[in-house]
Design a protein around this ligand. Structure first.
Ligand code: ASP
Ligand code: CP
Length: 308
């Protein structure tokens, strides 16, 4: 049983599958709407968010719990007066039963868990990880493909894209899945992920060419160039237009393939792709609700024992 969800590396296959099965039950409305009655979740977001924060808040409310939050923690919490993350976590512990934390520093959730009695959920830490996004990504992939011998191409800012880092760690538990990374050299996967994959004996391909991936992959996981991680605006602009999926790209894609994106998208998938049945990024958003309800049930030990 995990107390905190800080990194994808904490998970084994059984835990992942238990959370995915619970998400299935939630999807089919098989859950107690008062399961978390009397529990309070605090959302502490030091970086902007639409999906993660609102889906966690909606999940807690749908399970009968309560939510407290600070509007843009970096700006409106006492962090703006200079309070440290450690002290903030100690303080919020007095008011809540679980803390969902998004922070601009990689490693922030790892630090937070050391100062917390209540579970910490990493909702994105700088260019580190975003494990609950990766759970919903995995849920989306496995709902589309029952076989595990598929090829997954991750595209774009693989250096800074935290969803890629967590998802890759999960995918490494399924060695039949082939991984292809498509990026410019400067935005290739970070060393830490590279050595993690190596330590698990996972081989992967790296290419600069999106077209190769479009023709062969079953899953194209497109990402946003992470503007907020660039020191230099010119570098950002250089990479921003590099990999764009548009209607023409769809011609190269297999009929059975899917296009994913954690969102928000900027220009990297044109809106004329949205109607194509292979575009599943808005389904990912919906799955995010099921997964986060499942994650909360898991953390409070309220999942059905049958699926363990
Ligand atoms: N929303 C995701 C994240 O916070 C992806 C992104 O922002 O590009 O990591
Ligand atoms: N996918 C994701 O984390 O979205 P937000 O940044 O809007 O939370």
């Amino acid at each position: 049983m995990l107390k905190n969800i800080v990194s994808a590396k904490q998970f084994d296959k059984a835990t992942i599958e238990h959370i995915l099965e619970t998400a299935d039950q939630v999807r089919s409305k098989n859950y107690d709407p008062n399961a978390l009655s009397g529990k309070i979740m605090a959302t502490l977001f030091y970086e902007p968010s639409t999906r993660t924060r609102l889906s966690f808040e909606s999940s807690m409310l749908r399970l009968g719990g309560g939510v407290i939050s600070t509007e843009s923690a970096a700006e409106f919490s006492s962090a703006a007066k200079g309070e440290t993350l450690e002290d903030t976590i100690r303080v919020v512990n007095a008011f809540s039963d679980v803390i969902v934390l998004r922070h601009f520093s990689a490693g922030a959730s790892e630090i937070a868990q050391r100062y917390s009695r209540v579970p910490i959920v990493n909702a994105g830490d700088g260019n580190g990880e975003h494990p609950t996004q990766a759970l919903l990504d995995l849920y989306t992939i496995f709902s589309k493909f029952s076989k595990r011998d598929i090829t997954i191409a991750m595209v774009g800012d693989l250096l800074n894209g935290r969803t890629i880092h967590s998802l890759s760690v999960f995918l490494a538990l399924y060695p039949k899945i082939k991984l292809v990374y498509v990026s410019p050299e400067a935005l290739a996967i970070p060393k830490t992920l590279r050595s993690h994959l190596k330590s698990k004996g996972i081989k992967f391909k790296e290419t600069l060419d999106l077209n190769v991936a479009l023709k062969t992959a079953d899953v194209i996981y497109q990402t946003r160039i992470q503007k907020e991680r660039f020191k230099n605006e010119t570098d950002y602009v250089k990479f921003k237009g590099l990999y764009i999926i548009d209607k023409n790209s769809l011609k190269q894609l297999k009929k059975t393939s899917i296009i994913m994106h954690p969102l928000p998208r900027i220009n990297e998938i044109t809106t004329d792709v949205d109607k194509d049945p292979r575009a599943v990024y808005f389904q990912q958003v919906q799955n995010g609700l099921y997964i986060r309800m499942s994650v909360l049930l898991y953390l409070f030990d309220k999942t059905s024992k049958k699926t363990r």
